[in-house]
Design a protein around this ligand. Sequence first.
Ligand code: 5AD
Ligand code: SF4
Length: 469
Amino acid sequence: MRQEDRKETEIQIEYIKKAAALLSEKETEAGRKLRACVVTFGCQMNARDSEKLIGILEQVGYEITEDENADFVLYNTCTVRENANLKVYGRLGVLNGYKKKNPGMKIALCGCMMQEPQVVEKLRTSYRFVDLIFGTHNLYKFPELLVSVLSQEGTIIDIWDKTDRIVEDLPVKRKYSYKSGLNIMFGCDNFCTYCIVPYVRGRERSREPEDILAEAKSLAQDGCKELMLLGQNVNSYGKNLENAPSFAQLLEMVCNVEGIERVRFMTSHPKDLSDELIQVMKRNPKICRHLHLPLQSGSTEILRRMNRRYTKEQYLELALKIRREIPDLSITTDIIVGFPGETESDIEDTLDVIRQVRFDNAFTFIYSKRSGTPAASYEDQVSEEFISAQFDRVLKLVQETAREQAGKYEGLTMDALIEEVNESDPTLVTGRLSNNCLVHLPGDASLIGSIIPVFLRECKGFYYLGERK
Ligand code: 5AD
Ligand code: SF4
């Protein structure tokens, strides 16, 4: 960690103390404990950021709740697709209703959506009841912003357009004791033409391997057994560092941390996935049998216009090589339907790749036009009718192959990490297999956090029913 980043941590810890003093005054005034709620939209990165935000709020003295009718409500937003934004605006209306009844309530917004100038403008003019708006680059300043919001009225807006800082060691409140996300890099330099992430998350920055390993060790000492290494494009890990290990080497280093029994990672860009990584995954049993390898489209021409930098053939060659090398690995993907200029024949190519790779699962998205991205100004945007018909075709095939793939392990016994008591049937617990499939089995809360062999009795489409072996 750099000296100035370490210093920043100390500064923010001082702000946590100041915020705690302010909060305690407010609690005395109110004559009760004050409650805070953080709502997370979007991906694993946001989920991890929210753990940091909750850690700070808890340290300041708030009682953490899931009830949005609270004294401090923070939305950690996503903007990868338009419907994520619409959800936020809708829910803000509800929050305003709560605030009218509880005038001391503070409403805060952060995350990717706040990095878009037109969003902030709209909030500034039409959602004036929002008290605090900050972005992705100054998340580590949250304690300082909290002090401002607790000591003054009026909306505070603090958005940066970039940062080169990685501030570590602020409080974190982990959602699960037995598993955790671990950021290995931030931002993205790929500029796929449909994607807003490089604009809202900034340039790619990798964390130092020593910092990553120190965090992995501390998580392991804290009882964490499974780690998910997080980055927009983990295969290009270390590009901005001197003498950095490759991603495959880093993965092995994390596997060697005592107490860590499983390691996952997300997300891989097909253009950067190395043979070294395939070999490391093949030989190291701690690396989970799951690879998320976004395809986006099976058409070489659409891939070119998306700036994905691989062809249909290259993707197929890679995915089929991985299937050959590690037959029990589950491969999942993301697919976008309705990219500008997409024709039925492009969709046929996508269907062809699905048939050949037989994805174990796929997230299918309707193309969403994001302003500021190159594809938003492409002239050949496609019609809604076309998209909806093609989307259904893709979804149907994806579901068929996923169901067939899941059935492959019926009758086998595999290790599962038990994650929780089943919500709809409390006599069952839910475990996750190394390949990311879920299994429900008889058991109770005492099993949570243990890795146990489970007989996979029956495949129910996307999950198994099983029992302890
Ligand atoms: N429209 C639809 N889907 C998108 N994704 C990213 N940007 C868009 C967009 N503009 C999808 C991609 C990516 C996943 C996280 O979200 O498939 O892999
Ligand atoms: Fe977006 Fe492409 Fe970067 Fe993924 S790799 S975050 S799709 S620009």
